[in-house]
Ligand binder design. Sequence first.
Ligand code: ADP
Length: 492
Amino acid sequence: MPARLRLLQYPRRLRVRLIFVYIVLFSVFLSLIGVVFREVLRNTLDQTMRAVLEEEWGAAKGYIQIRKGRLTWFYDKLDPDEALFVARLQHVYLLTNDQGRPLGVSPIYQSFGIDSADRIKRAIRSNQATWSVRWSEDGLPYLVRSGVLIDDGNRNFFLAIGRPTGQNQRTLDDFTRQYFLAMPAFLLVSLLLGWVLTGRALKPVNDLAQTAQRISGSSLDVRIPLRGAHDELDRLSEAFNRMMERLESSFAQIRQFSTDVSHELRTPLTAIRGQLEVALFTAETPEQYRDAMLNAMQDVERLSAIVKSLLLLSQAESGRLLLQKARQDICPSIRDLVDQFQIPADEQRVSLTAGLPPECTVEVDRVQFERLVANLLSNAVKYTPAGGKVSVRLADRGETVLLEVSDTGQGIPEASLPFIFERFYRVQPNDPAPEKGLGLGLSFVAWIVKAHSGSIDVKSKVGEGTAILVTLPKGAAPGERAGQAESGVPAV
Ligand code: ADP
């Protein structure tokens, strides 16, 4: 599936998944509610029926007379209420003597099967009301209440009366049917509602996807407007916008870098071309050829220095230049470098001095550390006019060491200070003496300091001088990467 299509489908699929989960949970919830309500209804109907039956059983005593082992229903036949009530009692009943011999029984009760004499005797002995569900011949359920009836002559009888529970069952079935038939309608309504709500909730995500789709190398200024809800989606948009800002600035840096590189390479290339043209078209004597070749050679060297520095820097920044850190005394390295830089310093009539402790053990990658010092010394000597002073100082600060390279040179304008660690940045880019530098040295220094978990600070005043202060921790954290080291100390 093409990426574009996938991106467009994502919110829709998420929406479907959300709705699906929501509907499943809602159906389970509704079913549970239905079951609970059905149970409550069943219980209420059952309790009501028991209460009615209990009342009827109590009232039945008043309408029953037993004379000489014969049952007579005693009531006012002219009272329609009483007649109806007794008729209802006579519908489902059984009356026996204490030996279980039936004195009266309704046909429906007979169809249940008359209770055994043993059971009746036991019931009379226990003198407890009992409840049971009995089934008639035609398969209808009845709730039966039985108990002991004591007449005026203090004789015990067994009386059971019943009521059909079919109506209760029908009510329950009606409820169940109607509830579960209405459920799909509930679900449909909630599905529509859920669809609309999730659509609204996912709209910002959709907008985000669409905005992301519009982004290309030339439209990195796209931002998602925040809704001001301060919710997760606003945070997502914020994070996206911040990411875009970083991307935009990285792209701008890359663009600037390509422009700078082309510019840097063009200058020596133009010079080489010029030298070769001189050699080809105007040089006549071997000396003139030699001069042109020599000049071209210098520019080729400058070109290869730029390429080498760029390669090193890109290796460093992409993490491919691995450090080989070891605890070592860094004073000899600094002393050697100061000795090496005496020659260019003397040539420029700049005094170069060092103030070092006898020994100072720090965990560093020797090659990179020397490259750092060489770059700082090279800059200090380069940018200090004749008669000036350059000094190197190393101070033990307990957990850290402070390396300070200061000069009494031209200084750096305050406005340039924030940029001097950027690649190709030079305070005077149109310096008539471009051989002075490539604008890469301090970027490399900054990387080396960072790779040693240190910090770097610059103090400078135009016309007075510059001091670069590097603080390095003495011991590197365990587990630092170790690996390749380069030899030599080219000042890049
Ligand atoms: P470069 O190769 O041009 O010296 P760097 O990255 O080492 O490049 O330095 C960047 C810029 O910072 C230099 O071009 C220079 O203008 C300024 N700079 C660095 N060190 C000094 C210093 N000690 N005195 C004055 N300016 C300095």
